[in-house]
Structures are given as C-alpha cells and as structure tokens.
Design a protein around this ligand. Structure first.
Ligand code: NOJ
Length: 557
C-alpha cells in the first residue's frame, strides 16, 4: 500500500464553503469555482463532507441515498465536473462514507419499519428490558441510544441521533451493499474516502448494560472490526491502486490504530484519533469550561507519535475539523497574536510524522463563531446539550459560554472569502451566521506575503521537498517544558528541530540541555519561522510569544 506522507489534505465542509446559487448553502459548483485557490495553496486531496441525499438532521451524516447527490449540493454531473476539474489541477477528491449508520429516512430503514424481515436485519432491533430500552447505553448526542418502535414493541440502536440508525454489519448482505456503494464512487473517478466513525461498526454478540460507562467499551474497536475493514478493503478500494483512505476512530487505542493503518494489514491508509482534542474536557466532560492542559496535549501527541512511528502506523494529523472548535481560538490567541499563533499551531502539526489536514479557513486564520444566543446555533448536538444543561439547572449565561467554547458550530460558520456583506460566500442569507470575529478573510491574506495563507504554502512545500519531514523518525525534546512543544525529526544524516511556543511570554530554548549541537547560528539553519530571524542570547534561543521555527541542524564542525 502506498503511503501518502508527501501529501497534504484539505477538508471541505461543503455546506459552509462556497454558495454558487444564492440559497445560503455551500454547494459543489461553489467548490469548483474555488479550485484555483486550493491549487494555489498547494494541497493534494480535497475531502468533502457527505454530499449524498439526506434529511440533514446531522448535516449529511444521516444519509438517505448513498448513490445520489443531495439537490441542495448540486447534481451528479456537478460532482463529476468537480472531480475532473480537480484532477486537472493535480488534486484528488475524497468522499465521506457514513457506514456505521443510515438516516431513518433511508429506503432500507423505511422498509424495516414496514416489517420487511430482510431490511429489519439491516439494522439492530432488540426487545426492551424491564419496561425500558434493551441497555443503558448512551447516544453520543445525549439520551439513551435506543429508539422505540411501538408497532414492533422493539427498539433500534442509534449511537448518534435518533434519526441515525446503526447498521448491522453482521449481515453479509449489508456489507455487500456497502461495497457496491464504494465501487460505484470509485468508478466515478474519486481518489479516496474518509470513513465516518468506522471503528464503531462491529457490535458485540450480546447487548448488556454498561455498569461503568456509556456502553462504548462494548462496541469501540469491536470484536470483528479488523476483519470487516480487511474485507472492505479487499472488496472495494483495495482493488484500485493508490486509493487514499482515512478512518475516523472514536475513543480508540494505539494498538488498534497501528493495525488499522499499517501497510501490511491492508485495512486503511491512515487514521484520525481524538485523544489530543479532549485536553480541555474537565474530568472528561466536554460540556464544561476549562483551559487546555498543555502538558496533556504534549504527552498525548508524544505517545501517539512515538507509538505509531515505532510500530509502523500512519497518523492523520489535525487540530480542527467540522466537529471541533477552531484550533486558533482553542490553543492559540485569536485576539492578541492571531497571526503568530495560527502559524505556530500549523507548524507544530505539519512537521509531525503523518499526513496533515487543513480544515477550511484554517489557512487564513478563521476563529470560533462567538455566537451570543442559542438561536444562532444549528448543530443537533449543541441544541440537544443546550436542553440537557438547562434541565440540569445551569443558567443561560453559563450554557452560552460553554457553547461558545465547545460547540461544533464554531467550525461550521461560512468561509469568509472577503469582507462584503455575504463575505463572498453567498449572495443570500447564510444557513448559519458568520463568525462574529471581524477582519479575517481569505482576500486579505492573499494580498499579504507574510500572511497565514502564504505561510501554509511554505509549510506544504517544505514537506514536499524534505524526505525527513515525510518519513523521518520522531522524538520529543524537553517533554516537561511548560511552554515549548519541541521535537526532532531524523532521517539518516538529516535532522530537523521544531520549536513552538504555545504562550504569549518569551522563554528560552537551550540546545545544550538537550544534548544538541552548540547553540550558535551556524549550527541551526532556519527552514521556516514566524518571526523575521532567530534571536540568540548566550547560546540559547530566545523564543518569543507564540514563536515557532523549523531548523535544520547542520553542525559546522
Ligand atoms: C462523525 C462526524 O464527523 C460527525 O459530524 C457526525 O455527527 C458523526 N460522526 C455521526 O455520523
């Protein structure tokens, strides 16, 4: 299996990227119209969030027909056109396959509801227990994970919203259906796929209460998961050379991720995990307020980088996506050091071992939404939790503060292409308000040679030109430093040192303390940085607020 270590992937949250027809919703022709911009950035693949027919209760992650494009996004022709136009510019399209569940509007579920036994067995129906649901498992969007169907006096499993029914992967016919879907899209010329929460597809034989948790330990990296992924690979994308795949792995383990992404396992090209994005969950609770724990962030990255490196796994690198608040607002300082901290976060991530992802807007410094009323939110998880927290007795102001920090809508506001009324995104009314943060736009960055966008271009080039960044080994430097995140990448004679200051105060990096060559400029050639030149003081590097640097170590003697 090919590794994609010289590639950079750009994620498009279609609904918020570019609206071509004034209905306030991003669409496929909109993406096509912005391909020159993406080519200029220098990315290799575009991952599109689901574009299939859907009632949109979870913005397309509730698929009702996997073979058809949702009319709000365009037509199959539009998608084919996008695929070929992207190809002309050297970019491949990756589609998002939601195979853990379908929408309850899907024909299969509708037939199941009519009592057709073939289709009932496409899903997970069970009898209740003691007048309630079969188990106490919780939905990831709040509430019990079982939906009641009075006609059958039975429940169906939904690990997400009640309109997202889990598929029964035990059923060979279900698996065949899914292979057909992947093969259909491969024939249309797509270059790869992202598989949504794919490590949740293998459920246990028995469904029992979880006395110590919400049920996830029974179905996460479940009993047949590796067997299913190998079969999926063999029967679909594995037959087309160089297809790129990434699995979204929820609450997973390093051991499983090595297997999912090891080239000799023939499962997937790479995996996302989310442990590093829980470092601001107070005692594991997302719906809380807490500054991020910097040491935990470093420790988690270190654990995954070293482990994947040592055992040959392949990591998808990301700090933002459509389910997360914006990294710049979360881990940087979007008020006092927006440019410096955006570049610092990008450098820290892109120089790690694995394949970097850029989430739309990240490349020019988009921030959180800063919404001030519940009416501005659209996300099903956020609105569910608003109601849950209300019921728990939290006051409105506190809940809104939590949503400002944690809601998925922070990553979903429309792209700020320019500073006009519709921000170049739409001529109509956007489906969700624009971020309230002023002054940020793609247009502004494109005019500035020192912009965040220009910096991303350089980061991407650096990866392409340097095998050490693509495949060198990884080692953290200064594990317990309170403000710096530093590491070495090594390939044969080549050594690259990355130093990033995650705070607004100046600190020192002392090479001597880490067994590195003497601290003189001749030994450390700057490949990239977000300040003009390095600041040396008595053999140490003075690392200024949110400063970041990529240094090639070249001992002169
Ligand atoms: C993960 C997706 O990224 C998220 O947006 C979605 O809500 C869930 N999976 C359920 O499909």
């Amino acid at each position: 299996m090919k590794n994609f270590n010289d590639s950079v992937i750009y994620q498009i949250y279609v609904k918020s990227f570019m609206d071509s027809n004034g209905d306030g919703l991003g669409d496929i022709p909109g993406i096509t119209s912005r391909l020159d911009y993406l080519e200029k950035l220098g990315v290799d693949y575009l991952w599109l969030t689901p574009v299939f027919v859907s009632p949109m209760n979870d913005n397309g992650y509730d698929v009702a027909d996997y073979y058809k494009v949702d009319p709000s996004f365009g037509t199959l022709k539009d998608l084919e056109h996008l695929i070929s136009e992207a190809k002309k510019r050297g970019m491949g399209i990756m589609l998002d396959m939601v195979f853990n569940h379908t929408s309850t509007h899907h024909e299969w579920f509708q037939k199941a509801l009519k009592g057709d036994p073939k289709y009932k067995d496409y899903y997970i129906f069970r009898k209740g227990k003691d007048g309630g649901p079969p188990t106490n498992w919780m939905s990831k969007f709040g509430g019990n994970a079982w939906g009641y169907v009075p006609e059958f006096d039975e429940y169906y499993l939904h690990l997400f919203d009640k309109t997202q029914a889990d598929l029964n992967w035990e059923n060979q016919e279900v698996r065949e259906e899914l292979y057909r879907i992947v093969n259909f899209w491969l024939k249309k010329g797509v270059s790869g796929f992202r598989f949504d929460v794919v490590n949740l597809i293998s459920k246990p034989d028995e469904f029992v209460d979880d006395e110590i948790g919400d049920g996830r330990r029974f179905y996460t990296d479940g009993p047949k998961i590796h067997q299913y992924l190998k079969e999926l690979n063999r029967r679909s994308f594995g037959q087309v050379e160089d297809t790129i795949t990434v699995g979204e792995m929820s609450s997973t383990t390093l051991e499983d991720c090595v297997r999912y992404s090891h080239p000799e396992e023939d499962e997937l090209s790479m995996v996302f995990n989310f442990h590093h994005l829980k470092v601001d969950y107070d005692e594991g609770d997302k719906w809380s307020l807490m500054d991020f724990d910097f040491q935990a962030l470093k420790d988690i990255f270190d654990h995954w980088q070293s482990g994947m490196d040592e055992h040959g796994g392949n990591m998808a690198l990301f700090l933002s996506n459509h389910d997360q608040p914006r990294a710049l607002s979360r881990f940087g300082d979007d008020e006092n050091y927006p440019k410096e901290s955006a570049k610092m976060l990008a450098t820290t991530l892109h120089m790690l071992k694995g394949i970097p992802y850029i989430f739309q807007g990240e490349e020019f410094g988009m921030t959180n939404a800063y919404f001030t009323s519940i009416e501005e939110y659209r996300d099903v998880e956020s609105t569910n939790y608003y109601n849950i927290l209300k019921k728990e007795g939290l006051d409105e102001e506190k809940i809104l503060k939590i949503l400002q920090a944690k809601s998925r809508d922070n990553g979903r506001t429309p792209i700020l292409w320019n500073s006009d009324k519709g921000h170049g995104f739409t001529t109509g009314t956007p489906w969700i308000p624009f971020s309230r943060k002023e002054g940020v736009s793609a247009e502004r960055d494109l005019k500035d040679e020192n912009s965040i966008f220009a910096y991303y271009q350089k980061l991407i080039q650096l990866r392409k030109e340097n095998p050490v960044i693509q495949s060198g080994s990884y080692e953290m430097v200064g594990k317990n430093h309170k403000k710096l995140f530093s590491y070495l990448r090594t390939l044969e004679e080549k050594r690259v040192l990355v130093i990033s200051n995650f705070y607004g105060e100046q600190v020192y990096f002392d090479p001597a303390q880490h067994g590195l060559p003497e601290g003189i400029p001749e030994n450390y050639k700057v490949l990239l940085g977000n300040y003009d030149a390095l600041s040396w003081e008595n053999g140490k590097i003075s690392v200024r607020p949110y400063e970041t640097m990529v240094l090639s170590i070249e001992p002169h003697k």
